[in-house]
Every structure is written in structure tokens, then in C-alpha cells.
Write a protein that binds this ligand. Structure first.
Ligand code: TMP
Length: 223
């Protein structure tokens, strides 16, 4: 039998496309939680443990395969999905659950919603398979997910100045990222109690204010 999925109130995730300003939003969340006296664990996916970070490199880094001859080896969509879940299974057990159990807040730069959006909507893999992996290998969901929503072209323009070497997913075309964005927005609309949609086209200070306000409202609702 598959396990139930627990939505944990102290587990917060940030989602969004490329260049949406997740790092700044995470810094805002961290400061707001520290100010209230909470322990905060910041983490990211794919990754978050040494082993899961190595899996991240397998998923994203095209340079390793370039050390051999010729083109990087294409990663099959199915292999990509299983690798992100391998990393997540490790991350949940080694970092996220222990932190939640000792009373800390966990803020994760991406979580399972990214798998539904990138591997499901982007790559076209069956969402029922992803849901099954989520139940069996993860069993945990954020209580609060902030979706930083931004026009695909604008996000890519922002991100392109930053990356010297685009990773495997950044090398995808705009139509892939349009499907990812639509997938995130659909998930946000389907789960309004968990998601807060943040318009990331605004100035960073305004986005920060929106993120802080969403956190305040969430914490207030937990009291
Ligand atoms: P980042 O650039 O925000 O650090 O995210 C790493 C990349 O990994 C990003 O392109 C999204 C992708 N990704 C997936 O495709 N599936 C997943 O489950 C996760 C967590 C990330």
C-alpha cells in the first residue's frame, strides 16, 4: 500500500521558472523567520545532501559528459524523473524530516511541484507516475508554496546574464518553459490553500514585500 502525504506547516517551498528571483525571496523568508526566533534550514532541490548534490550534477551538468568525446549524452526523460526522485528521497530522510522533527522551519528552493511541472508538463511524463513516486518515495509536502510567476522570455533574459554555461534544462527552448509555467499555474490554482502566487515581474523590493506578507499570513493562520 502507498503511504499518505503529510503537508507540514513548517515546511515552505519556493517554485518558479528561470530568473524569477527565488534566491532573493528565500533570503527574505530566512530573515523573517529568524527575526521571530525560529531555527531555519535553507535547502534546495535537486540536492540538499552531498549525495543528492552529486545526483544534481548528473541531472544538470553537461560538462562531465563533454570531457569524453563529442556531444553530451542525452538524458532520457524517464531517467531524469527517477534521478530527481532519488535525490529527493535522500534529501527528505537526511535533512528535511530531521529538521522538522527538531522544530525547525525548512525553506526549500524547489520541491516536488518542480517534478510535476518540468518532468510532467515539460517533458510529457505521466503525472500519475509522478504522484506514485511522491507517495512512495517522499510522503511529505510543504504546508506553504510560494510560486514566483514570471513571463518566460523575461525570466530567461534575466537568467542569461548570470550563467556562464547553461545547464541541461536551461538549454531547453521557450515552448518547454511555457509548458512548465502553465503547469505551475495550474497546480497553484488547484491547491489555493497551499500555494501563493507571487507576481515576480515587479521590482525585487516589491516581490520581497509580497513574499513577507504571504509568510505573515501563513504564520498567523497557524496560531
Ligand atoms: P534551479 O536552477 O532553480 O537551481 O533548479 C535546478 C533545475 O532543476 C531547474 O531547471 C529545474 C530543474 N528541476 C527539475 O527539472 N525537476 C525537479 O524536480 C527539480 C527539483 C528541479
Amino acid at each position: 500500500m502507498s503511504e499518505a502525504i503529510l503537508a507540514h506547516p513548517r515546511f515552505i517551498s519556493l517554485e518558479g521558472g528561470e530568473g524569477a528571483g527565488k534566491s532573493t525571496a528565500i533570503a527574505t523568508l530566512r530573515e523573517a523567520l529568524l527575526r521571530r526566533g525560529h531555527e531555519v534550514v535553507l535547502t534546495r532541490e535537486p540536492g540538499g545532501t552531498p549525495l543528492a548534490e552529486r545526483i544534481r550534477d548528473l541531472i544538470l551538468d553537461t560538462r562531465d559528459s563533454l570531457r569524453g568525446e563529442g556531444e553530451p549524452e542525452p538524458l532520457a526523460a524517464e531517467a531524469e524523473l527517477l534521478l530527481v526522485f532519488a535525490a529527493r528521497a535522500q534529501h527528505v530522510r537526511r535533512v528535511i524530516r530531521p529538521a522538522l522533527q527538531r522544530g525547525a522551519f525548512v525553506v526549500s528552493d524547489r520541491f516536488t511541484d518542480s517534478s510535476y511541472a518540468y518532468q510532467g508538463d515539460g517533458r510529457g511524463l505521466d503525472p500519475a507516475w509522478i504522484a506514485d513516486l511522491e507517495r512512495r518515495a517522499v510522503g511529505l509536502r510543504p504546508g506553504l508554496t510560494l510560486l514566483l510567476d514570471l513571463d518566460v522570455r523575461e525570466g530567461r533574459a534575466r537568467a542569461s546574464g548570470r550563467d556562464l554555461w547553461p545547464d541541461r534544462i536551461e538549454s531547453e527552448q521557450d515552448d518547454f518553459f511555457e509548458r512548465v509555467r502553465a503547469g505551475f499555474r495550474r497546480r497553484a490554482a488547484a491547491e489555493p490553500q497551499r500555494f501563493r502566487l507571487v507576481d515576480a515581474s515587479r521590482a525585487p523590493a516589491e516581490v520581497g514585500q509580497a513574499v513577507a506578507a504571504a509568510l505573515d499570513a501563513w504564520l498567523e493562520a497557524q496560531r
